[in-house]
Design a protein around this ligand. Structure first.
Ligand SMILES: [Fe+2]
Length: 157
């Protein structure tokens, strides 16, 4: 059934396409966080192992909220690994690596890519009076800016 919430059809398509790319990035980042949580090594092992868990637990909530946001505007979230890989802005880690500095810098870059990408698309929602999605996207920016801040703090010598 059509969602009659005062948002035009063209916008629903455009904004759900944008949110689906966010969803793809979130999934790839989630997999990377799990990978690094398992493989990270070094003298701060336990702290970083737990920090990465905290990040992926928080991201898991965002993944669900992003997919459900797409449903709330009457569109369909992607749901296959092949689609996530095709549409993501991020690069997967092929070989496992263990160096904590490399892991944290890779994650910082990924969060920064996602933050910038969402920031560049928030206007799309605001311009079409899709304030629910605009507010949701701003919330994601806030979450990922916090993660980026924590990663940056670890990397500052
Ligand atoms: Fe674990």
């Amino acid at each position: 059934m059509e969602a009659l919430i005062g948002i035009d059809k063209k916008h629903k398509t455009e904004i759900s396409d944008a949110l689906n790319i966010v969803l793809a990035d979130q999934h790839i980042l989630y997999i990377k966080l799990r990978n690094y949580h398992w493989n990270i090594e070094g003298n701060s092992f336990l702290e970083l192992h737990e920090f990465l868990e905290k990040l992926y637990v928080s991201l898991e909530k965002d993944i669900d909220a992003t997919a459900e946001r797409i449903r709330k505007i009457g569109k369909n979230p992607m749901g296959s690994a092949a689609e996530f890989l095709e549409f993501t802005n991020l690069k997967e880690t092929k070989k496992p690596y263990h160096d904590s500095h490399k892991i944290l810098s890779t994650l910082l870059e990924d969060y920064e890519v996602i933050i910038k990408w969402i920031r560049d698309h928030v206007e799309l929602a605001g311009d079409s009076k899709d304030y629910g999605t605009e507010d949701f996207m701003v919330g994601l920016i806030r979450n990922y800016e916090e993660a980026a801040w924590m990663l940056r703090a670890y990397l500052t010598k």
